[in-house]
Design a protein around this ligand. Structure first.
Ligand code: NAD
Ligand code: UFG
Length: 338
């Protein structure tokens, strides 16, 4: 089966391509390389043992997408392509709405023309806003606290309406919690451009000497140690969640919504201490004020995915930090330029 993977040279997409190949699928990558490097491809090839088809294109180009979908005989689409930095989305909301909303709508339109009716969409736990309680189940109310989150929420709503009007389509919304870690080979990993927004890539860059210390955003939250609590999930487990969705949702028509998280919450200090163990170094850190828009705690109830998709996260915190350190220590500057 051929799967079009938009955003396939990015962090989650590249790891998912590996798991797709392992599971017997043939991924075809489309990426415009706005936030990833072409040098990811030989790494995927090294792990997979063969070439992978890559097309440099923008999902907002409908004609190109129709050509690709038809020309490669695609059976289903996993749509990762989009912009994801919360802070940047506050400064440049139009760019986020254009890439994330217009991009997805164009892709759906191209799929309709090519008569391909199976889509898995990368959504986010951000659609739960500031949840009233934890753990979070899929039926919790949704809201947006920033333009990035709004773009995910709007796309979810558009896809829900679209599926209602086109009941023979199979659309799966996967709400990711906090992906971390890397492929165990150390060949693939997270390679943020500029200063990392997210905790774990920042911690890893401190460990490797690229940055001086970690600022912990708030130590006065109502949590066990005062720092924010999140559901960190190994990116390989997240990748496996997509395979499970392909296998267990299959072509079954409907709108399917799943949390992909572990069900465990770890604090910022837990994560720093776990990383210290993995790298054998002290990670200098300082307490700073809360980051605007952050919530105290957020973790998933992943039981719906367990029941329907027969999927649950298998890799523990030790593997998340060990794999992240292997990637960072062997690729201190991330992927090479080409
Ligand atoms: P990433 O930036 O590493 O990967 C996204 C890829 O999409 C990049 O390779 C980029 O070049 C490509 N891209 C962007 N716009 C495009 C366009 N218009 N046409 C073609 N390619 C385009 O991000 P990631 O962490 O792998 O995230 C993948 C998806 O998962 C995103 O939709 C993101 O919003 C979502 N998500 C990520 C997280 C996270 O913390 N990483 C959490 C929840 C949801
Ligand atoms: N944090 C720090 N210092 C840093 C970075 C983060 O203390 O330098 C703290 C944050 O305050 C938070 C925790 O570490 O308590 C995690 O922060 P991240 O930025 O790594 O992740 P978020 O939970 O804020 O958001 C991430 C993605 C969103 C996505 C969300 C849920 O950035 O896009 O997970 O999936 F929506």
């Amino acid at each position: 089966m051929k799967i079009l993977v938009t955003g396939g040279t990015g962090y989650i997409g590249s790891h998912t391509c590996i798991q797709l190949i392992q599971a017997g699928y043939t991924p075809v990558i489309v990426d415009n390389l706005c936030n990833s490097k072409i040098s990811v491809l030989p790494r995927i090839k090294r792990i997979a043992g063969h070439e992978i088809t890559f097309i440099q294109a923008d999902v907002r180009n409908k004609e190109a997408m129709v050509d690709i979908l038809q020309g490669h005989d695609i059976d289903a689409v996993i749509h990762f392509a989009g912009l994801k930095a919360v802070g940047e989305s506050v400064e440049h909301p139009l760019e986020y709405f254009d890439d994330n909303i217009h991009g997805t709508l164009t892709l759906i339109d191209a799929m309709r023309e090519a008569m391909i009716k199976r889509l898995i969409f990368s959504s986010s736990a951000t659609v739960y806003g500031d949840p009233a309680s934890v753990p979070i189940t899929e039926d919790f109310p949704t809201s947006a606290t920033n333009p990035y989150g709004r773009s995910k929420l709007i796309v979810e709503e558009c896809l829900t309406d679209f599926q209602k009007a086109n009941p023979d389509w199979s659309i799966t919304l996967l709400r990711y919690f906090n992906p971390v870690g890397s492929h165990p080979s150390g060949l693939l990993g997270e390679d943020p451009q500029g200063i990392p927004n997210n905790l774990m890539p920042f911690v890893a860059q401190v460990a490797v000497g690229r940055r001086e210390f970690v600022s912990i955003f708030g130590n006065d939250y109502p949590t066990q140690d005062g720092t924010g609590v999140r559901d960190y999930i190994h990116v390989m487990d997240l990748a496996d969640g997509h395979i499970a969705a392909l296998q267990h949702v299959g072509p079954k028509a409907g709108l399917h919504v799943y949390n992909l998280g572990t069900g465990n919450g770890y604090s910022v200090l837990d994560m720093i201490h776990a990383f210290e163990k993995a790298c054998g170094k002290t990670i200098p850190h300082q307490f700073a004020s809360r980051r605007s828009g952050d919530i105290a705690e957020c973790w998933a109830d992943p039981s719906k995915a367990k029941q329907d998709l027969k999927w649950s996260a298998k890799r523990n915190l030790e593997e998340m930090t060990a794999d992240a350190w292997r990637w960072q220590s062997t690729n201190p500057q991330g992927y090479p330029e080409d």
